[in-house]
Design a protein around this ligand. Sequence first.
Ligand SMILES: Cc1cc2nc3c(=O)[nH]c(=O)nc-3n(C[C@H](O)[C@H](O)[C@H](O)COP(=O)(O)O)c2cc1C
Length: 201
Amino acid sequence: MFKKVEKTSFYYGFPVVLMTTKDLETDRDNITPISSTWTLGKSIVLGIGLHNKGFLNLETGSEVTLNLADKTLWENIERIAQVTGSKQIPAYKKQAGYSYCADKFDLGNFTKLAGQEVQTVRIKECPIQIEATVATISLREEFAIVECTIKGIFIDEKILHDERYINVDLWHPLIYKFREYTTTTQGIGKNFRFQEFDSTI
Ligand SMILES: Cc1cc2nc3c(=O)[nH]c(=O)nc-3n(C[C@H](O)[C@H](O)[C@H](O)COP(=O)(O)O)c2cc1C
């Protein structure tokens, strides 16, 4: 038996991404934790609330870096989860206990690395970093769908087998599943097009 269930949010399991953007007026770097992303080819698509500082920065011309968190970072992320880089906090966020934070790098204990292909900073603690520019922004009622073009992918040597291939056993993405942090476990099988390094092959 299946039951039809009404849900306002439906996070059935997505990687946690720390989106870094820049306020081009103040030069201040911001971190927006997001989980609504997907990527195909050179495109990466984001779903971001219209009141988020990260969105305001993108709307006013900032480039973007998508820093993929691993399982070790959930407590750092939870430390910055209830703050915003925007001084204008909408009522629904105030009610949920959000406050303003000028420096989430300091609050979450994250380290900035200079951008390579874009101006936005990378987060050293995130083993995978994707630098991108904004291609299109489509507005919905409460959020925007932002399509970005990937300009560079940077991977920490600690999860690389060699110059090119990732050792998949060493990558433990942080997954946001119905607002619980979790990760992946041992692989259970491989697609016929598997292209990374696997010690058992
Ligand atoms: C794990 C996690 C995932 C989140 N996913 C999203 C998301 O996909 N889109 C979004 O707009 N907000 C998401 N949020 C909420 C934003 O991070 C939150 O609104 C934050 O205050 C935005 O920061 P900013 O205003 O400085 O950009 C998520 C929060 C957490 C902790």
